[in-house]
Design a protein around this ligand. Sequence first.
Ligand code: GAL
Length: 380
Amino acid sequence: MRLTRKVTAMALASCMVLSLAACGGSKPAETTAAPAAETTTAAPAAEATEPAKEEAETTAADVAATVEGKDPSEVKVGISIYQFADNFMTLYREELKKYLVEEIGVKEENISIMDGKNDQGEQMNQIRNFITQGYDVMIINLVQASSEPTVTEECHAAGIPVVYINREPEAEREQAWVDGGIKATYVGADARQSGTFQGEEIAELENKGDADGDGVVRYIMVQGDPENVDAQYRTEKSIEALTAAGVEVEELVKMRGDWDQTKGQEITANALSQHGAKIDVVFCNNDAMALGALQAIEAAGRKVNEDIYLVGVDALVEVVEHVMNGKMTGTVFNDYFGQAHTAADKAMDFVNGKDVDNVYMVDYVKVTPENAGEVLELIK
Ligand code: GAL
């Protein structure tokens, strides 16, 4: 039986501290999600005296580690990121590598990080190369979540576990891994939560986002890649949270910006020239597009938090600074530390023959002027 694990931001902070100690050696096993039962298996009840028993436990654990586990310095980790030209995934992949090397003890030369170049065919080749070269485990940020069945099938046939990150496969597929005894898991964050937080940030303003005070909050929605659940849920849940707070809304524009700053700027500039002062709020599915939107807003002579509001997701350093100095209304911290660490820990658990659940979710955190300073300290 496997359950979805939720990794909260606070638990994460202590987990980070714990795992620094736990991962210094060869077994990153004692992290938060390890089932309690595992620690008791090596201690037969009828052991003689106390000191002798302690000794016996140590020995049994050591034996288990050599039989099941692998020295981290010998583990080969194959990683493919959907595309390197993505601000958020760049922070993520840098943290992932750092953690694998510095905290888990994987050798840098045993980590291969490939750029999927937003091309599923290219990424498939990279995965097949990892298989041919006998990698121990893969961490994959799919270009298209819909190609997960093929990737999983090929990795499973080759006996290589996979940790999917950032782009969530379908829930039925996650269940199919459990039913089929397949070594695959997903580590991510629940995009519904990030959308809800964005909507709440607007609803919590004194005028609930109604910049021109005409009784209706008119907005534009700058979407990521609409095939991606992150884009779908952020789009849907942000507005749902606003209407749940009793706000009347009207959508003026909804366009895909593919998580890209330039596209965010273009979409917002066009919307501003078409709808002008009618626009009360610019919702962006991520911060890169929100930075583009800010350029367009400033170029149009509008002022965030005075005659228009602007929110994103990710908590890029520049955006958090803008939230602090009032140039952006808010963002939502997409905890790439928690996600990267959990992904790396689970990859090692697979390699060491430990039980791994099928889904791990790391909490998002609202970022408003009240806590932006603290968040900045965490990420800078
Ligand atoms: C989202 C993130 C975006 C982008 C996307 C890629 O979680 O907010 O900025 O990186 O993942 O799939």
